[in-house]
Design a protein around this ligand. Structure first.
Ligand code: ME8
Length: 648
C-alpha cells in the first residue's frame, strides 16, 4: 500500500487580496506535494480561509459589506488565484462552512464537559488586529501591541479559558521525545523556552463581537478565532462527522502529516494546537515546518506602505513557471528573504533563461545539425570519456542531494543542487567543443556520445524540475520525445533512455528579460497610487486647559540609544530631561537605528507613571506620530531648547 502524506497551509485571513507572502506558503506546499506524488505517496493537500473574528468583521464594515459577503468575495479571489498558480489542493476549507462550524461547536462543548475549558473573567489590553490580549508588561509605549504596534483597548469581559497550564509538562515531554516535531531547530528552542517561561490559561471566547461560531451552551460567546481556525486541519478530513474515512486514513493511520506555517504563527501551532489535541484525546500526528517571510526593502509588505506585490501581475507578465520557481528559490529555508524587482528578473535570467533554457535549445539544435535529430546510446572509449563520466557522477550526486534536501523541506537548496547539475551539463559543451568534433569523421562517435549525455542529463534535470516548472517540463519531454515511464522518479538514472529523437525546432523556453526596464515595470506596480484616502483618527472629546496642564511635556536630549536586548521593536535610550537622565523605552526601532537617535532633541511626557517594557524600566514617553503610509516619525524639538524646557 502507498504511504500517505497530508500537508496543510495555514488557512489565510480573507481580510484583503492575497499578496506574494500567502502565495509563498501555498506554492511551497504544492511543490512538495507534487514531489511526494512523484515519489509514489498517496497525498492530500489542504488549504483554505479563516473567515471569523473581529478583524474580518471590521474589514467587511470598512468595505460596506456584511461579513459573509466580504469573505465570500475574498475567498473567491483566493481560489481563483490558486487556480491561476496551478495549485493542486485536494480541498479548500472555509471556516464559515457548516461541515466545519458544527464540529467546532462540538469540540468546544467537549472541552467544556471535560473541564479543560472553564468560565472566568478577563481584564486586559486587547489588540483587535492580532485578536489577542496582552499583559501590561508585554505592551509597548503604554498601550501599544507588542506584535503589531497598534493601540490596544482595555477590556474586561467574561470569557472561557482553556487550561494550557495543565498540559505544559506533557507538551514539553512530547517535544522532547519527538525531535522532529518542529523545524527548524531554532524555532523549536523558541517554543520550548516560551513554554518553560510559564503558560497562562488562554482566553478562548469573546463577547465583544458576534462574527464567529457561537458557543452552543452559552451563545452570547463566540469561539476564539484560533480555536476555530486550528480545528480546520481535522474538520476538513471529516473528523467527528458521518464519514470520517479521510481522517482515519490521513490522520489516525497516516504516515506523514505536515503543517507548514510562517514563523509569525508558530506559537499557535506548536502550543495551542497540540494542547487542544491532547485535551480531545486525539494523537498529535503532525510535524511543523516554520518558514521565514518575504520582506521588502522597507520591511514587511503593507498596502499602506505601497510596497505590496501581487502574484497575478508577475504571472501574467513573466509566466507561471518563472513565478513558481522564483518564489520557492529565493528564500533559504527558515530565513527571511528580500523581494526586489532586480532580483526577480535576475533570478529568471540566470537560472531559467541562461542555464536551463539555453541548455535545452543549444542541445536540440546541435542534435539536429549533427545527427538529423536522432541519437543513440553508444558504448565506446574515447578521449572525452572522463568529461562524460564526471557529468554522470555529478548527476548521481545532485539527484541524491536534491532528494535529501526536498525530504528535509530545504526547497531552495534542493533547487540549488539541481542548478549544479545544469551548470555541469552546460560545461560538457565547453569541455568538448562539439563544433570541432563535428568537423572530423573520426570524432563522429564521440560527438554522438556527448550529445547523448547532454540529452540524458536534460531528461534527468527535467524529471526533477517537475514539481516547480509545471508548464515547461511537459514541453521539454515533448521536444525530446521522452516516454511517460522515463519521466518518473524510477527513471532517475543515467543511461535509462536508450535513443533520442528530438523535434527539429524548439521554441525558446524562457525569453530573456531586459533587466533595467523590467525591474522598472515591477517597481511601478509596487508604487501604485494608493486608492484609499488616508484615515484621520477621530478627534477625542473636549478637555479643559487644566486637563492639559496635567501632562508635563519636556524637551530632552538623547544621550545614548541601544536596541532592546529582548524586543526587536524597541529602543532603550538615555534621555536628559533637565531634572535627570531618564531611561526611556520606545517602540521606534523599525524606523530609527540607535545611532539615528543620539543627539536628537525629543519631546518627552515626563510625568507618565514609569513602567517596565520587556524588563526595561521606561521613565517617560517620547512623542511620535504616524503618517498616512503607516511610517512612524518622532516629533523633534528645536536643538536650541535646553533639556527640561517645558512644552506648553
Ligand atoms: O495567520 N512572507 O492568517 P494570515 C511569507 N488565519 N509568508 C507570509 C507573508 C510574508 N510576507 N505574509 C503572510 C493567519 N505569509 C491565520 C492562520 S491557521 C490555523 C490560521 C503567510 O492570512 C505565512 O504562512 O495572516 C503566514 O503564517 C500566513 O501567511 C499567515 O496568514
Amino acid at each position: 500500500m502507498k504511504k500517505t502524506f497530508y500537508i496543510t497551509t495555514p488557512i489565510y485571513y480573507p481580510s484583503a487580496k492575497f499578496h506574494i507572502g500567502s502565495a509563498y506558503t501555498t506554492c511551497l506546499c504544492d511543490s512538495v506535494t507534487r514531489y511526494k506524488k512523484l515519489q509514489g505517496y498517496d497525498t492530500r493537500f489542504l488549504t483554505g480561509t479563516d473567515e471569523h473574528g473581529q478583524k474580518i468583521e471590521e474589514a467587511a464594515k470598512a468595505n460596506g459589506k456584511t461579513p459573509q459577503e466580504h469573505v465570500d468575495y475574498i475567498s473567491g479571489l483566493a481560489q481563483d488565484l490558486w487556480k491561476q498558480l496551478s495549485i493542486e489542493n485536494d480541498d479548500f476549507i472555509r471556516t464559515t462552512q457548516k461541515r466545519h462550524e458544527v464540529v467546532v461547536e462540538d469540540i468546544f462543548e467537549r472541552l467544556l464537559a471535560n473541564d479543560d475549558i472553564y468560565l472566568g473573567e478577563y481584564v486586559g489590553n486587547y489588540c483587535v488586529s492580532c485578536e489577542s490580549y496582552f499583559t501590561p508588561t508585554q505592551l509597548v509605549d503604554g498601550d501599544k501591541c507588542p506584535d503589531c504596534g497598534r493601540p490596544t483597548k482595555l477590556l474586561k469581559e467574561e470569557t472561557y479559558f482553556l487550561r494550557l497550564s495543565k498540559y505544559a509538562d506533557r507538551l514539553l515531554a512530547f517535544i522532547d521525545s519527538h525531535p522532529d516535531f518542529i523545524f527548524p531547530e531554532t524555532r523549536k528552542n523558541e517554543v520550548v523556552s516560551f513554554i518553560k517561561s510559564g503558560l497562562q490559561d488562554l482566553s478562548v471566547s469573546r463577547t465583544a463581537f458576534s462574527w464567529g461560531i457561537k458557543v452552543k451552551s452559552n451563545p452570547k460567546h463566540v469561539v476564539y478565532v484560533w480555536i476555530d481556525a486550528l480545528s480546520n486541519y481535522i474538520t476538513a478530513l471529516g473528523y467527528d462527522s458521518k464519514d470520517d474515512s479521510l481522517y482515519q486514513k490521513f490522520w489516525i493511520n497516516g504516515d506523514e502529516v505536515i503543517h507548514v506555517v510562517g514563523k509569525d504563527i508558530l506559537r499557535f501551532h506548536a502550543i495551542y494546537w497540540p494542547i487542544m489535541l491532547m485535551a480531545l484525546d486525539i494523537p498529535i500526528k503532525f510535524r511543523l515546518y516554520a518558514h521565514g517571510w518575504y520582506l521588502m526593502k522597507d520591511g514587511k509588505m503593507a498596502k499602506s506602505k505601497g510596497n505590496v506585490i501581487y502574484p497575478e501581475q508577475l504571472v501574467e507578465r513573466y509566466g507561471l513557471d518563472a513565478f513558481r520557481y522564483y518564489i520557492v528559490r529565493e528564500i533559504q529555508y527558515g530565513n527571511d528573504g528580500l523581494f526586489t524587482p532586480e532580483d526577480y528578473i535576475k533570478r529568471i535570467n540566470t537560472d531559467l533563461v541562461n542555464d536551463y533554457g539555453n541548455l535545452v535549445s543549444r542541445t536540440i539544435s546541435m542534435v539536429n545539425k549533427y545527427f538529423g535529430g536522432t541519437v543513440q546510446k553508444t558504448v565506446h572509449n574515447h578521449s572525452l570519456l572522463s568529461f562524460e563520466q564526471n557529468l554522470e557522477e555529478v548527476a548521481t550526486e545532485s539527484i541524491k542531494q536534491y532528494q535529501t534536501l526536498m525530504d528535509e523541506f530545504k526547497i531552495a537548496d534542493a533547487l540549488k543542487a539541481l542548478s549544479t547539475l545544469v551548470g555541469r551539463t552546460n560545461k560538457l559543451i565547453d569541455d568538448t567543443s562539439p563544433w570541432d568534433l563535428a568537423k572530423n569523421e573520426e570524432t563522429h562517435a564521440p560527438l554522438q556520445s556527448v550529445m547523448y549525455h547532454l540529452l540524458e542529463s536534460i531528461r534527468l534535470i527535467t524529471v526533477l524540475y517537475q514539481p516547480f516548472l509545471m508548464e515547461t517540463c511537459p514541453k521539454v519531454f515533448g521536444y525530446l520525445n521522452v516516454e511517460e515511464n522515463n519521466t518518473d522518479f524510477e527513471s532517475l538514472k543515467f543511461g535509462v533512455k536508450e535513443n533520442y529523437e528530438v523535434v527539429s525546432k524548439a521554441a525558446h523556453l524562457f525569453p530573456r528579460l531586459e533587466e533595467e526596464s523590467e525591474s522598472e515595470v515591477i517597481r511601478s506596480w509596487m508604487n501604485e497610487p494608493k486608492k484609499e484616502e488616508p484615515k484621520i483618527d477621530p478627534i477625542l472629546p473636549e478637555i479643559t486647559i487644566d486637563d492639559f496642564a496635567k501632562i508635563d511635556i519636556r524637551s530632552g536630549k538623547v544621550l545614548e540609544a541601544i536596541q532592546h536586548p529582548n524586543a526587536d521593536k524597541l529602543l532603550v535610550m538615555k534621555v536628559d530631561t533637565g531634572d535627570k537622565v531618564r531611561n526611556i523605552v520606545s517602540g521606534i526601532a523599525k524606523y530609527y537605528k540607535p545611532e539615528d537617535m543620539v543627539g536628537k532633541t525629543v519631546l518627552v511626557i515626563a510625568n507618565l507613571k514609569p513602567v517596565k517594557l520587556r524588563g526595561e524600566l521606561s521613565e517617560g514617553m517620547i512623542l511620535a506620530a504616524e503618517n498616512a503610509a503607516g511610517e512612524l516619525f518622532i516629533v523633534e524639538g528645536s536643538s536650541k531648547l535646553n533639556p527640561g524646557s517645558k512644552i506648553s
